[in-house]
Design a protein around this ligand. Structure first.
Ligand code: SAH
Length: 346
């Protein structure tokens, strides 16, 4: 069944006009779905019954309900496991910051990128999410909080550029004045480095932040961590990043997950500094979150700090990501995996 929540405002208006209905009905329906976040057709109380019946007959009103919500006692982080209409489950995380609540959403069920430290990709890709489902991850969190959220990061399970069209539809809709109206500047999209995707995203000239999961300063080390490094070289990624900056003027974030003895040496830091020289950027160091099925271990905090200092001495803007929700399986894909395993054993 067609998901009405995947229609942009323009698409919904077209459909409404084709039905011979007045245009303002599109605004009303969009408002119920994307501003008031209702979960039932019957709640759209200002629509004539005939229109509500027609909508019900033709469309699915995608609504994601949490099957599990975990609350971190450490920092207020909440982790959600949402059930999709086909029975699959996806994770989203809400992190409270001083400047507002941030939601991290998944873009796919599973992932096929195969990063060797990540739990999301262990069973491969199941399917991509629709725009409606990604919006509903955000809406589901808003309903639980009883408030709006201010920031969105596409850093949950999945590779956004492996689901390009739906992700772009999602971005258009979540930033729409008629919807939640989240500023593009408050949205970050993270990619493992699909070069054609980065270039296409640049051509769109949006104001979202682009984050690159670099994790290494040389191809050999990167290949040990990420199979995608066999496909695109770091040089090609950097070229695409410079292109992105030229077209958008947006400073790029580089994510660098530190694994003990793999990519956390001083020579790695020097290599990274050389690589990023002259590109307006920000480095986010992430002490690797150990996943049971994976062999990578977290770097010692002293190595993490040395790494940071080395970058700073080279004039690079760097932060160490605060670990949030560690007590509630904060790492990508861990909650879904735990859920699927417990289901299997039942
Ligand atoms: N596919 C996208 C977005 C999802 S992952 C991407 O690769 O960017 C979000 C970030 O978390 C990525 O930088 C990813 O490499 C990192 N990550 C995944 N599992 C991790 C783990 N166990 N420890 C530390 N970082 C991890």
């Amino acid at each position: 069944m067609t998901e009405i929540k995947s229609f942009t405002y323009g698409q919904l208006e077209n459909w409404i006009t084709e039905q011979g209905e007045a245009k303002f009905r599109a605004k009303q329906i969009y408002d119920w779905m994307h501003k008031k976040l209702v979960t039932e057709w019957s709640q759209m109380s200002n629509l004539p019954e005939r229109l509500r019946d027609l909508l019900k007959e033709q469309f699915a009103l995608t609504v994601l309900r949490p099957v599990e919500i975990l609350h971190s006692k450490q920092d207020g982080t909440r982790k959600y496991l949402f059930e999709l209409s086909d029975g699959n489950v996806v994770e989203a995380v809400m992190m409270p910051y001083r400047h507002g609540n941030s939601v991290c959403i998944s873009t796919q069920v599973g992932c096929r990128m195969g990063c060797r430290f990540c739990a999301s990709t262990l069973d491969g890709l199941v399917r991509s999410l629709t725009a409606a489902e990604m919006l509903e991850e955000v809406y589901g969190v808003c309903r639980d909080l009883g408030s709006r959220v201010s920031n969105i990061v596409l850093m949950g399970s999945g590779e956004p550029f492996d689901n390009y069209e739906n992700v772009m539809q999602f971005l258009q809709m979540i930033t729409d004045d008629y919807g939640l109206n989240i500023s593009a500047r408050n949205i970050t999209l993270s990619t493992c480095g699909l070069v054609p995707g980065i270039r296409k995203f640049a051509d769109r000239k949006g104001q979202e932040t682009l984050a690159i999961s670099l994790h290494a300063a040389d191809d050999e080390t990167r290949r040990k961590m990420m199979p995608i490094a066999n496909r695109y070289s770091i040089a090609e990624i950097m070229e695409a990043c410079r292109y992105f900056f030229e077209l958008t003027g947006r400073r790029i974030t580089f994510e660098y997950s530190l694994a003990a003895g793999v990519n956390d040496r001083q020579t790695d830091a020097a290599g990274l500094a050389a690589l990023l020289k002259g590109l307006p950027c920000h480095v986010n160091l992430i002490p690797i979150n150990p996943v049971r099925e994976r062999q990578f271990r977290q770097s010692h905090m002293t190595d993490v700090n040395h790494f940071k200092n080395k970058l700073e001495k080279s004039g690079i803007n760097v932060t160490i990501r605060r670990e949030m929700g560690r007590d509630i399986q904060g790492a990508c894909g861990q909650l879904r995996r735990g859920f699927l395993e417990s289901k299997k054993s039942q």
